[in-house]
Structure formats: structure tokens, C-alpha cells
Design a protein around this ligand. Structure first.
Ligand code: CA
Length: 228
């Protein structure tokens, strides 16, 4: 799967340049233009690396970094700071950033730092190329095939898309509304009950004990969380 980068930066020119370049390197880029919205996106927990500017509207990068770490978000963070602010480096690393880069920087340097962070990051997933495994389940994305203990499992298109969305957002709480929007889209008119029914079907097919799921968990009042 392509690596997901969250870019929290308020300079439009830099956002555009970085997005273009990272996209051309097969990263999936999401950007946020201020500290508050960046933190909200980061807390969803579905990114492989966060590029975080220090000087941001609403909430500065140091505070965002500190608060993310306090909330238990362990996504690697590369901080961007202005030239010569050596104190920034010390503060940033103390607050839980993994690396820092001084502006202006060469794009090649940024890419190298991101790659290094991704290599250093603990294996968050069991993803290898196009496949993902959890428990005795193996999901092959490109072929849209799922096996359990080596035996093919029949999933409907929606079940597969739902499972894929869960895997892509593993460890994050996803609401029923989010699933409706992202998996079903606006063209259909399903209800949140539709989501629950599909989740129940997935559990039937993939969980050892569907009544006590290990992987597709219910987060009461909020939605679901995939762990695996
Ligand atoms: Ca800035």
C-alpha cells in the first residue's frame, strides 16, 4: 500500500510543491493549513508520517506535536523550522518529534528524511505490497481476494470495500457516518443500520467468535475500530 503523509503547513506554495513531489513518489498526501485541523487529522491515526511546520496559525507545531504524543499518537513526526533556530530542534525533539529539517531545504533531503522515518518506524502493519494479514486472514487488495486459514472467503463488493477501509484506517475510530460517506458514497441512500449489518457479516466471515470480535471492534457511541 502507498504510504500516507500528513502535511501540516500553511504556506500555499510549499504545500503545492511538496504535494506534487510526494505524490510523484507514490505517497498519498493529505494537507492541513493550520495546527488545529492538522492535529485533528493526525489524531485519526491513519498516517505513516507527519510533516509538521512549527509556525502555524491557530496552534503552533510544538503544541501540536506535544498534544499528539500525549494522546498516544505515535506516528513519526518530521518538523519543519526556520533557519538557525537551533533551539527549535531541541524543543521539538523533547516534545516528541522524530526528526527536524530547517527551511529552506532541498526536496531530496525531505524525501530522504521521510524514508528514514518510515524505515525506523516500528512495523505497524503486516502489509507487504498488495496484501495484508491479520490473524489467519489474508487480504489481497489488487485481486480483491480474502483467504482465511488458506481457504477463500466470499465477500461482497461492499464488504470488501468496508474491510479495506478498516485496514487502511486501522487503530482509528471510524464513525458510521464516515463509513457511509467513504464506502457507500452519496449515490446510495443507506442508513447507519446498513453499516452495522455489513460489519456483522464481516465478523461472521472473518472473526473466530463473531459475538466477541477480536479485530473489528465496536466503540460504543462512536463507531468501530479495526485492530489487527
Ligand atoms: Ca508556517
Amino acid at each position: 500500500m502507498d504510504k500516507r503523509v500528513l502535511l501540516i503547513e500553511d504556506e500555499p506554495g510549499l504545500v503545492m510543491t511538496l504535494t506534487d513531489r510526494l505524490t510523484s513518489e507514490n505517497y498519498v498526501v493529505t494537507s492541513a493549513r493550520d495546527g488545529e485541523s492538522g492535529e485533528t487529522r493526525a489524531a485519526e491515526g491513519s498516517f505513516d508520517v507527519i510533516v509538521l511546520d512549527v509556525m502555524l496559525p491557530k496552534k503552533n507545531g510544538f503544541d501540536v506535536c506535544r498534544d499528539l504524543r500525549q494522546r498516544g499518537i505515535e506516528t513519526p513526526i518530521l518538523m519543519l523550522t526556520a533557519r538557525g533556530q537551533i533551539v527549535d530542534k531541541v524543543v521539538g525533539l523533547k516534545l516528541g518529534a522524530d526528526d527536524y529539517l530547517t527551511k529552506p531545504f532541498e526536496m531530496i533531503e525531505l524525501l530522504a528524511r521521510i524514508e528514514a522515518l518510515l524505515r525506523r518506524a516500528p512495523a505497524r502493519s503486516h502489509a507487504s505490497g498488495d496484501a495484508y494479514t491479520f490473524g489467519d486472514v489474508r487480504v489481497e487488495f489488487r485481486r480483491a481476494e480474502v483467504q482465511r486459514a488458506g481457504v477463500a472467503v466470499e465477500l461482497s463488493a461492499k464488504e470488501f470495500q468496508l474491510l479495506k477501509y478498516f485496514i487502511e484506517h486501522r487503530e482509528a475510530v471510524v464513525s458510521r457516518d464516515e463509513l457511509l460517506n467513504e464506502v457507500w458514497g452519496y449515490d446510495a441512500m443507506p442508513t447507519t443500520r446498513t453499516v452495522d449489518v455489513h460489519v456483522a457479516w464481516l465478523r461472521q466471515k472473518l472473526e473466530t467468535n463473531p459475538r466477541h470480535p477480536q479485530y473489528i471492534l465496536t466503540v460504543h457511541g462512536l463507531g468501530y475500530k479495526f485492530v489487527g
